[in-house]
Design a protein around this ligand. Structure first.
Ligand code: IMP
Ligand code: MG
Length: 184
């Protein structure tokens, strides 16, 4: 299988092979942006990217949007307080009123959907005019939670990937292309 030309990267203990090139990724980004441009004519959506993984997708997507739009990053973090009544993770970063706003959640990848399942009810409770989800990558075979995924850049198989914002234990976010783990 391995050709001499194959592009491999090593991160920690694993090897990854080139899976989607930067140009394939950027064309998927433009495709998602085109749909959003069409669907939000005359509206001013608030884009809500989920850190950390979505920062590059959010940046490239925004550059392709031709409408007035706003941006507010959020993050789902583990709760390390002393109180025991909190949920195991919490949403931080959304410090503006979203009532009546058209929200587009921006994800790097939807895998199990658990992250979205954590985020969506909290945003819905604030009565936005609408909520849609845009993800660069979607693993349909991994999906467990019942969450909507409205805009999808690319569907991919259920394999671990890195690059273009996505990491393996902290590394790989800076890669321009997307790489797939090489099974051991
Ligand atoms: P979820 O399983 O849909 O909740 O995905 C949660 C998060 O896990 C995603 O937003 C990514 O940041 C991360 N993730 C899921 N699959 C991968 C992967 O294949 N590589 C790197 N990160 C991933
Ligand atoms: Mg993420």
């Amino acid at each position: 299988m391995n050709t001499p030309m194959e592009k491999l990267v090593k991160l920690h203990d694993k090897s990854f092979r080139l899976y989607k090139s930067e140009s394939e990724i950027l064309s998927a980004v433009r495709n998602v942006a085109g749909q959003i441009n069409d669907d939000y004519i005359g509206k001013r959506p608030l884009l809500v990217p989920v850190l950390n993984g979505s920062f590059l997708f959010a940046a490239d997507l925004l550059k392709e949007l031709k409408l007035d739009c706003e941006l507010s990053f959020i993050k789902v973090v583990s709760y390390h307080g002393t109180s025991s009544n909190g949920s195991p993770n919490m949403l931080i970063g959304l410090n503006q009123n979203i009532e009546g706003r058209h929200i587009i959640i921006i994800e790097d990848i939807v895998d199990t959907g658990n992250t979205l399942a954590r985020i969506l009810p909290e945003l819905r409770a604030q009565n936005p005019a609408s909520i849609k989800v845009a993800t660069l990558l979607f693993k349909p075979l991994a999906l467990k939670a019942d969450v909507p995924v409205d805009y999808i850049g690319m569907e991919i198989p259920n394999d671990f990937i890195v690059g273009y914002g996505l990491d393996y234990d902290g590394l790989g976010r800076n890669l321009r292309d997307v790489y797939q783990v090489v099974p051991e």
